[in-house]
Design a protein around this ligand. Structure first.
Ligand code: AGP
Length: 608
């Protein structure tokens, strides 16, 4: 999730672009850059690290008079976050520059084709491949940039929002998008492009929302929209935005947490990008091809990431027949664990900076075990310390309470299960393709379900607002989700909650059940349902009130049935998880808590 801004107008472009990038820094950055055309030269200035590094670099340079330009803050997906991978990227002739948010899935094949034609690359990014492909197409369009862009896009597969500039057209920008956000700001004698409205909100509230497959040509005095494939003109309307800057950063949502919960359909799509063979629906994880399938897997993590790892255990053992141990990192590192050299450690960490998890990795490496890092932040400490890295590609997660990151971790663990299951021969090609195909339908199902899930969550939050303690129950892979539901409620609403294996309730917690101690159960249409149902009968026998996440048509009679769309086996988690998150969110919001920055918590726990 990178930050993009473009400007054509009457003001000095460079300071305006940098200011716009600062308003987009919540989209994450590990490097940043600007480009502009001045005195017949196309300049690209980039810096690794925070935006301030770029500002310091620019401050040492001469004043910039260019009145059009573009800028980018990078959230790395391809290539480590160093300056040569920062955007903008120039083509090998130096006459074009591009900024890009997204993933070009077939960039390796395109890179090989261009290399064979003598193109030389200076970075590891897919974006540099795209700008060189455009340059190559330019040769066949007689220098018509828009036609060359259209041709190149016809060969690119994946998700992208791009802005392109040419030294031969100093006052013009071209931009287009597929599955990555891009919006145009319409001013007086000036026009803007941004990956988000905050980029230019101080200058104009008049915006044009671009749709997938639309291409815009922008100058200070004009904007025209075309179909990217046919270049037929497209009529667009200008909308008036009434958000303040804060609301705009949250995309109109009240909190980052709510925005990130609603980003989960996109997160599933992004986690799959480049990892599914379109011809066979098989999973490909080239970053792990050099590692033999583990004989034993030790998953090490904390908090929500630990719950994701525990969920992964159920899948990896069931489908890939790999023995798995899941460890709380702060226990693992002090426990003197018996680690056989045939084992592999999988460290799961959204931030990639959690001290306990890092210590677990160091312990494993000291015992000679290879380590895979499943991280969200590219180039994070845990990613760098690991021997192999699988990125969850969820984009920056701002809210302290982890939501979309867990969704991406579950998706990545499912991909890992299928990938190893196929390599080990424990899964047939058809069974793998079947799960992949259904996983690919989930984003739309979830997109359609989220508004009603939120309404149900709010209704339940109002009903239970006086409750002081909750029991969350689940069996099988729903047990880790019960743990996560309890954690979410605890950490943002400050209501005590316990997640428990439903079968364990009779071994103690049932003593707590009474009319003031409600139970939140996960009772879906799966092999565990009969047993969960009997657990809930025991709860009701003690006058315990029950909320149950369940499916249509099941023989379940509780006070608050909460219906979810059906999904096969492990895929149900992608619908259960957001419901649990929304319940905690609506409860905390209804109680007036600081949802995005709960008391006593930090986004990444870099202390022991
Ligand atoms: C989750 O909502 C919490 N913020 C916390 O438990 C978090 O999951 C844990 O600290 C691990 O963080 P990591 O994934 O960045 O390693």
């Amino acid at each position: 999730m990178c930050g993009i801004i473009g400007y054509c107008g009457h003001r000095p472009a460079v300071p305006l672009v940098v200011e716009g990038l600062r308003r987009l820094e919540y989209r994450g950055y590990d490097s940043a850059g600007v480009s502009f055309v001045q005195a017949g030269q196309l300049s690209v200035i980039r810096a690794e690290g925070k935006l301030s590094a770029l500002e310091q670099k620019l401050a040492t340079m001469h004043v910039f008079s260019a009145t059009s330009g573009m800028g980018h803050t990078r959230w790395a997906t391809h290539g480590v976050p160093v300056e040569r991978n920062a955007h903008p990227h120039r083509d090998h002739s130096g006459r074009l520059a591009i900024i890009h948010n997204g993933i070009i899935e077939n960039y390796e094949a395109l890179k090989a084709e261009l290399t064979a034609k003598g193109c030389e690359f200076r970075s590891d990014t897919d974006s540099e491949v795209l700008v060189n492909l455009i340059a190559e197409c330019l040769k066949a369009t007689g220098g018509d940039v828009m036609q060359a862009l259209s041709k190149a896009l016809g060969r690119a597969e994946g998700a992208y929002a791009i802005v392109l500039m040419s030294v031969d057209h100093p006052g013009t920008l071209w931009a287009t998008r597929v599955a990555s956000p891009l919006v145009m700001g319409v001013g007086t004698g000036e026009n803007f492009l941004g990956s988000d409205i905050p980029a230019f909100l101080p200058y104009t509230r008049d915006v044009v929302f671009l749709e997938d497959g639309e291409l815009v040509r922008l100058t200070a005095s004009s904007w025209e929209v075309f179909r990217a494939d046919t270049l037929e003109p497209v009529a667009k309307t200008v909308s008036r935005i009434n958000w303040d800057v804060q609301a705009a950063e949250k995309g109109g949502y009240k909190h980052f947490m709510l925005k990130e919960i609603f980003e989960q359909p996109k997160v599933i799509r992004d986690c799959l990008l480049g990892r599914i063979d379109p011809a066979t629906s098989q999973v490909r994880l080239p970053e792990l091809d050099a590692l033999p399938v583990p004989e034993r897997l030790h998953i090490v993590a904390c908090g929500t990431s630990f719950h994701a790892g525990l969920w992964g255990l159920y899948l990896l053992e069931k489908y890939a027949k790999i023995p798995v141990q899941v460890e709380i990192a702060s226990e693992f590192r002090y426990r003197e664990p018996i680690l056989d050299k045939s084992g592999v450690v999988l460290a799961i960490s959204q931030s990639g900076e959690t001290m306990d998890t890092m210590a677990g990795i160091k312990l494993a490496k000291s015992r000679g075990l290879p380590v895979i890092g499943l991280c969200n932040v590219v180039g994070s400490s845990i990613a760098r310390e690991s021997d192999y890295v699988l990125y969850s590609q969820a984009g920056p997660e701002i809210s302290v309470a982890s939501t979309k990151a867990m969704c991406s971790q579950l998706a990545a663990l499912l991909l890992l299960t299928l990938y190893w299951g196929r390599r080990k021969g424990t899964m047939s090609e058809d069974s793998c393709a079947g799960l992949v195909s259904e996983l690919q339908t989930l984003p739309k199902i979830l997109e359609d379900a989220l508004p009603s899930l939120r309404a149900s969550a709010l209704r339940l939050a109002k009903h239970f607002a006086e409750t002081t303690s909750f029991l969350f129950l689940g069996r099988g892979p729903n047990f880790p989700l019960a743990l996560e539901g309890a954690l979410k409620l605890k950490e943002i609403s400050y209501i005590h909650a316990e997640g428990y294996a439903a079968g364990e309730m009779k071994h103690g917690p049932i003593a707590l059940i009474d009319p003031h101690f409600p139970t939140f159960a996960i009772a879906l249409d799966d092999e565990f349902f009969p047993k969960v149902k009997s657990n809930l009968v025991e709860v009701q026998a003690r006058a315990g009130e029950i909320v149950a996440l369940t499916n249509e048509g099941l023989d379940l009679h509780v006070e608050h049935p909460w219906l979810l769309p059906r999904a096969t086996g492990p895929l149900a988690a992608f619908l259960t998880l957001p419901a649990l998150q929304l319940f905690a969110y609506e409860m905390a919001d209804y109680l007036g808590k600081d949802v995005d920055q709960p008391r006593n918590l930090a986004k990444s726990v870099t202390v022991e």
